[in-house]
Write a protein that binds this ligand. Structure first.
Ligand code: DGJ
Length: 312
């Protein structure tokens, strides 16, 4: 089953697949891909797949008309601005919370006019593909929070986001129910302006991939690693070329098959002039024995979900 990097990807109904800046989870033998869709009143769309190549459209899970419901956190519940126009919902990420049976989405919120809100937002649903209920946006402990990701490790969930006008990276531990932030556990890379965080764990080591800040234009990707999230991440190393092979990180897909585990970098190839024509690239990540990580540029990626093997 092959993926064609940078091509127009269509869903199983032949419609263009819109899941930009997204995230994939596996739940009961099915993969679910959530991502940005800026058409009409839509914010986030969800697709399902068993083979990671053929994607079936499931639902526009968050729209400007989604139901909004208060939670214990005081938030701004508006999904449209004062002019009735759409806001910006970016980089939606979803985790399944086992105890409550809820799918919890965290994302980046802006008011649709400027990028000054720099807020985190939360939505939930009882099923992976149902209509998510919006619970509003807020600034964690008053901090700015832009490009973001979620990460789960041993039942604990973390939210990472670019803060202080993108100058610093923040990592927060979420509360047990994933519905609020517990505390800021690390602030790092101060003044290094990293965005598009994507975190993965391999052999007790955590690897965080990010981009620099150049709007929609791709730039030099970097990564750093740590053996303990609370320590933060040390000095970064470059990965890929000066455009990260024409992409920006969305997330890292850890593919666990019967024979092996493969790591796939899922990147957005944005089109700044026509956002809706933004594409996707899925590149292998190779973890070398000397500790370096390599991003492999390839035209096609052959994925076998059964064995976990990828070929390029
Ligand atoms: C880069 C970010 O990573 C994207 O999510 C988006 O916010 C663009 N900037 C907007 O210019």
């Amino acid at each position: 089953m092959k993926i064609k990097n940078g091509a127009v990807w269509k869903d199983t109904q032949g419609n263009i697949l819109h899941a930009h800046g997204g995230y994939i989870i596996k739940y009961e033998d099915m993969y679910y891909w959530y991502g940005e869709n800026r058409l009409d009143n839509i914010y986030v769309s969800c697709y399902s797949s068993k083979d990671l190549v053929n994607w079936t459209f499931c639902n526009h899970v968050l729209t400007a008309d989604s139901k909004a419901e208060e939670i214990r956190v005081r938030t701004d519940l508006r999904l449209r601005n004062e002019e009735g126009k759409k806001v910006n919902i970016e980089r939606p990420k979803v985790l399944y919370h086992r105890e409550s049976g809820r799918f919890v989405m965290w994302m980046h919120y802006e008011n649709g006019k400027d990028y000054c809100c720099a807020a985190a937002a939360v939505a939930t649903c009882d099923t992976p593909t149902g209509d998510f209920v919006y619970h509003g946006s807020f600034n964690p402990y008053g901090y700015m929070s832009r490009d973001c990701t979620l990460f789960e490790d041993n039942g604990r969930a973390y939210f990472l986001s670019s803060s202080r006008d993108n100058a610093d990276m923040h990592m927060y531990l979420l509360q047990d129910d994933f519905m609020n932030i517990e505390r800021l556990i690390a602030a790092f890379w101060q003044g290094e302006y990293r965005e598009a965080p994507a975190l993965v764990k391999k052999d007790d080591m955590y690897y965080l991939f990010t981009s620099f800040c150049t709007g929609w234009a791709p730039n030099q990707g970097k990564y750093a690693k740590t053996d303990c999230l609370e320590k933060g991440f040390g000095k970064m190393k470059e990965i890929g070329d000066e455009t990260t092979y024409h992409s920006q990180p969305a997330f890292i897909l850890k593919l666990k098959g019967k024979e092996t585990v493969s790591y796939i970098y899922v990147g957005d190839r944005w089109n700044g002039e026509n956002y809706h024509d933004s594409r996707y690239v899925w590149y292998p990540l190779i973890f070398h024995e000397n500790g370096d990580v390599e991003l492999v540029e390839c035209k096609e990626l052959d994925i076998d979900v059964e064995t976990g093997r990828i070929r390029y």
